[in-house]
Each structure stands twice: as structure tokens, then as C-alpha cells.
Design a protein around this ligand. Structure first.
Ligand code: CO
Length: 466
């Protein structure tokens, strides 16, 4: 049995290797950079963060020029990290960790909250900048060559938000970036913003009052609609204000509410349908598209929100860590007031789902890539390519290793949806290292790998940019 604990240990070493050792047949057309993000430091002196989502963000860049693969890793020098290192203690509240505070300090933090800018979840391009993202509306810009932190990006607008999804969508055709936000206050509101290409201005497409906001990590986008999946994991905003406990621990599982899908029309912000479904929980919308009068919405789901508890570091480092994988479920959301229905698309257990972004987003599509678990109750140990039409899957695995999120990169002259490669960073605990893996996306066979001289902690999301 391999030891997944290596994926949840701090990596303090920053390095630049201009020429990683490569094995196999590296695709000559594959030029560009894969940026990946994830937590890499889980302690500050003698204090520890509680949850996988809390650790200090680190960026990893794999730059490919057709011959060489260069690797660089750097911490995001967020204010959250900088203050913690300066003071030798945890200073800002994270997802599931609050700093130790006196009653006075806690009271002051209510009136003067400093949200975390520990941008550890995803990366994106915003206007002319590369940014690291987390679930607060504080994107942190970085230099794509050096990975130097350039600072929090100021949006060029007056939109108030306390939360902002780390999974924005780039809209096909317009190139706008759609994002979903939440503001707390006397009246809490969900907000959908559209950032026109070449700007940092969030134009509000829709606003929705909500009394008990749901915890939502991502949202769906089809051609004409956005879809909010209100899982029954909700918060009384007063509890958040009083902040007796870390952020996520204020949310309560209320299965009696069921799941509510709120379908908002991009054109005018109208809520055109609200549909109820069985209680469930999910982090990741996979894709959504319209078929007749129905919005089809594919999401990786769990029966309940206990997956959040299973991702506390003490549980992940235990002898029985969660597999960390869920069920690929297709929801059909009729817009004429009918009932929502859902089916499971595949028997495979899957997470960190990706698609062919350029061709498949908001369209009927064929393939989902993800990580999976080869056996029930086993920590994720394979890569998957699921055919959403048949539910069958192609897989890649190597004994004792644990792959991360697969990112599809299309062949420049490709025509088929799966004409290209899949990139993943794979942890090899026994070798105390990771490797950068290139699979042929069509056959799902290995084409090449490049070995990194240290073990990279498990990350969340990455993006490839030319
Ligand atoms: Co995510």
C-alpha cells in the first residue's frame, strides 16, 4: 500500500529546474505552460492548519518549448502567508482554521474582517494578468515567468462580494469570464458577474436575494443560462457574523431542504426556473448545455456534505483516508416548471473533472477527464476518461502512485473532441518525487513523463496557457 500522507506534507523548497529529465515521446507541438495551484505549507511554527483547503498556496509551472520541460515552484506571497511568517503564528482565518484570538481580538475581527488572500485553489487569466484564485474575491496576480507574486488585483468596479467562486467560466464566443459571488449582510445575495475580455470590470448579470446562503464551490453555465446548485449546506449569516468557529463550520446540513437548482437567464438576470432535487452535495460542476426546453447539468456529487469533514488533514493523514471521489451525475432541469430528474452517468468514482474547454463548454459533449479510485474506499489512484454517452471509461494507473487533476490540451490541428493530450502531476511517494505525465487523450496511453526532483503535495486545479 502506498502512503498518501506524502501528498499532505509541507513542501518548503522552491526551485527552478530549466531542463527536467524526460522519458518517452514528447509531443513536439506541445508548447506552452501548465500552471498548477495547491496548498504546500500546513504549519506556521508550532501552529497547524486544520483542513486541506487551508494550507499556504504554492504555484507550480511546467513550461514546454517542444524540446525541454522547465519546472518552477514558488509560494504565493499572500498577505495571509506574509503576516503568518512575520508573526510566527496563524493570523488570518482560512476555510476551516481560525487564528487563536483573545475575546477582544475576536470582537475586533468582526468589525474589521480581513478575508484571506491565500489563493490556493485555481489559476486564471484576468485581463492581461495571470492570477491565483481562492473563494474570496481577492485574485492574486503573479509573473508567469518567475512566479513572483505581484499582489491582489483590484477589480475596476464597485461590486461588493465576500465570496467568489474559484471556478469562473470563460464564455465561448464572447470570451467573457462569468463568475458567481456571494455577499453577506442584512440581506445576503448571490451575484453573477461577467467580466468582458480585456477588462477587470465585473458587470452584474443577475442578483438573487437569499436568507440562508448555500456553500457552493462552482456553478454551471450553458449557452443562455447560469445554474446555481444550492446544496442543503447552508449558513445563518448571523452565525457567520458572530464567528464562534471557523468559516465552514458555521454551515449546517439541512437535507429537508433538498437541492435547489436556480436557473438564471444571462440576458436579463431573470430566474427562469427553480427546481428541487434530492439532497446532495458537490464541489464541481462539469459542464451544462441546453437540449430542447431542458438544461442538462453534469456535476460530481456526494450523498451529503461529509466529504468536507473527510478532507480535514488529520483524517487525510489517517490510516483510512477518504477516496476523495464522487459520482458523475446528470441533472435534467426542465424550464417549463416540470420536475428535475437525475441519472448517474458512470459507475466510476471521479473527482477534479475536466473537459475540452474550448470545444465542449456549454455544448453537448462526449468526454470527462478526472481522477478516480480503482477500488471502493481507496484513495484516488488513477486517471479516467469517461464517455458520458456510454458510461464506460479508459483508465491510466501506475502501482503506488497518485495522479492529480488531468488537464486536456487540444492538438492545434485536432478535429475530434479527444484529439490532444492530457497533462497530470503524479505523486510517487516511494520515490519521494512527482512526475509530470503526458497521456495521449484518444488512446489514454502514456506518451511521456518528466521527473520532478521533489514530491509535490496534492494540488487542486491547473490551467494550460500557450
Ligand atoms: Co475546485
Amino acid at each position: 500500500m502506498s502512503d498518501v500522507r506524502a501528498g499532505f506534507e509541507s513542501l518548503r523548497h522552491e526551485l527552478h529546474d530549466p531542463d527536467l529529465p524526460v522519458q518517452g515521446d514528447w509531443p513536439g507541438w506541445l508548447t506552452g505552460t501548465l500552471f498548477r495551484n495547491g496548498p504546500a505549507q500546513f504549519e506556521v511554527e508550532d501552529e497547524s492548519y486544520n483542513h486541506w483547503f487551508d494550507g499556504h498556496a504554492m504555484l507550480h509551472a511546467f513550461r514546454m518549448d517542444g524540446e525541454r520541460v522547465a519546472y518552477r515552484n514558488r509560494f504565493v506571497q499572500s498577505q495571509s502567508r506574509t503576516e503568518a511568517l512575520q508573526e510566527g503564528r496563524i493570523v488570518r482565518s482560512e476555510f476551516a482554521t481560525d487564528p487563536c484570538m483573545s475575546i477582544f481580538g475576536r470582537m475586533m475581527s468582526v468589525f474589521n474582517p480581513t478575508p484571506t488572500d491565500n489563493a490556493s485553489i485555481n489559476v486564471a487569466r484576468l485581463d492581461d494578468q495571470y492570477v491565483a484564485l481562492t473563494a474570496t474575491p481577492l485574485p492574486v496576480a503573479f509573473d508567469p515567468e518567475t512566479l513572483d507574486t505581484l499582489g491582489v488585483v483590484d477589480y475596476d468596479d464597485e461590486v461588493h462580494a465576500d465570496m467568489s467562486t474559484p471556478h469562473p467560466h470563460v464564455e465561448p464566443g464572447t470570451g467573457r469570464t462569468l463568475t458567481q459571488m456571494l455577499s453577506f449582510g442584512r440581506q445576503c445575495r448571490y451575484k453573477i458577474g461577467a467580466i468582458p475580455a480585456g477588462t477587470k470590470r465585473r458587470e452584474l448579470l443577475a442578483t438573487l436575494d437569499v436568507d440562508r446562503p448555500a456553500y457552493m464551490h462552482s456553478f454551471g453555465m450553458s449557452e443562455h443560462y447560469v445554474i446555481l446548485s444550492e446544496w442543503p449546506l447552508v449558513v445563518n449569516p448571523t452565525d457567520l457574523l458572530l464567528r464562534g468557529q471557523p468559516f465552514i463550520e458555521n454551515f449546517e446540513w439541512r437535507p429537508g431542504r433538498g437541492t435547489r437548482f436556480r436557473v438564471l437567464r444571462k440576458a436579463d438576470g431573470a430566474e427562469v426556473a427553480t427546481l428541487e432535487a434530492d439532497p446532495a452535495f458537490g464541489f464541481h460542476h462539469v459542464n451544462a448545455f441546453e437540449r430542447g426546453g431542458t438544461v442538462v447539468c453534469d456535476i460530481v456529487t456526494y450523498p451529503d456534505a461529509s466529504i468536507i469533514d473527510a478532507l480535514y488533514l488529520d483524517r487525510l493523514r489517517s490510516d483510512d483516508p477518504t477516496p476523495g471521489t464522487g459520482t458523475l451525475r446528470r441533472y435534467r432541469l426542465p424550464l417549463n416548471g416540470g420536475a428535475a430528474s437525475s441519472t448517474v452517468l458512470s459507475d466510476e468514482r471521479v473527482e477534479l473533472p475536466r473537459i475540452h474547454d474550448e470545444d465542449a463548454t456549454a455544448q453537448p459533449y462526449a468526454y470527462v477527464y478526472g481522477i478516480g479510485s480503482r477500488r471502493e474506499r481507496q484513495f484516488s489512484d488513477q486517471l479516467l476518461k469517461i464517455d458520458v454517452g456510454t458510461g464506460s471509461a479508459q483508465t491510466w494507473h501506475e502501482d503506488g502512485t497518485h495522479p492529480g487533476e488531468p488537464v486536456f490540451v487540444p492538438h492545434p490541428e485536432g478535429t475530434a473532441e479527444d484529439d490532444g493530450v492530457v497533462l497530470s502531476v503524479v505523486l510517487d511517494p516511494a520515490g519521494e518525487q512527482s512526475f509530470f505525465l503526458v497521456l495521449d487523450a484518444a488512446s489514454f496511453d502514456e506518451r511521456a513523463r518528466a521527473t520532478v526532483p521533489h514530491a509535490i503535495p496534492f494540488g487542486f486545479h491547473g490551467q494550460f496557457f500557450e
